[in-house]
Unconditional design. Structure first.
Length: 213
């Protein structure tokens, strides 16, 4: 394992931490607070978990193709069934769900019947959030086109602290006719403080900025 380099005083003051996977000094917003594997950033941890889930599911499919399926016990009905009677689930070590398909359908049907109004409310909330995200992304795209067309000039310094590194384009508002031109350039640290580390990236020509979402 390579030695962890010493962080600069500015990075220490800003709360930066070292990710042992991508080997980068990253701001605190990129790490899960009080979570597991705090020495690994969110992005690296997400990639690792995804690889593990895919590997388990592929192993389950491979056993099915080679007629080497396991005999698993359903946690609900207690019956021992062949592996193909269980749905794939990457979060489980053997790549299969803990409930058989028959029991799973029964549980899901009962849950939908008893939580009908709650599920409908969640569905409406997801649709509203999806519509809002599409509108915000359309505004970011409009801002990017304005920059490429020369209608909007991006400053080279942060509007909050005056820094000149890791600049981000921030939209204070997403409504109004000229909201795509009403932007503020701030550095990554100031942007993280404003939005608690939640931001999306958008590319302006050859330069990349992160716009809050």
């Amino acid at each position: 394992m390579p030695a962890i380099p010493e962080l600069s005083q500015k990075e220490l003051d800003d709360g930066y931490s070292w990710c042992s996977s991508c080997e980068k000094a990253l701001p605190p917003a990129m790490f899960t607070p009080n979570g597991i594997r705090t020495h690994v950033c969110r992005e690296c941890r997400s990639k690792y978990d995804h690889r593990q889930r895919v590997s388990r599911i592929r192993a389950a499919y491979k056993r099915e193709l080679n007629d080497e399926m396991l005999m698993l016990e359903c946690r609900m009905c207690g019956l021992t069934k062949i592996e193909s009677e269980f749905s794939t689930r990457g979060a489980v070590s053997n790549g299969r769900d803990r409930f058989c398909r028959v029991c799973k359908r029964t549980v899901d049907k009962a849950f939908r019947a008893s939580h009908r109004e709650e599920l409908a409310t969640r569905q409406r909330a997801r649709r509203a959030a999806s519509k809002k995200m599409r509108q915000e992304q359309a505004l970011r795209d409009k801002t990017a086109r304005a920059v490429r067309a020369g209608k909007l000039t991006i400053p080279k310094v942060c509007g909050c602290c005056g820094g000149s590194e890791n600049l981000r384009v921030h939209h204070p508002r997403y409504d109004g006719l000229e909201s795509h031109l009403n932007v503020k350039v701030i550095c990554e640290q100031c942007h993280s403080r404003k939005h608690r580390g939640k931001h999306r990236r958008v590319v302006f020509g050859k330069s990349e900025f992160a716009c809050a979402g």
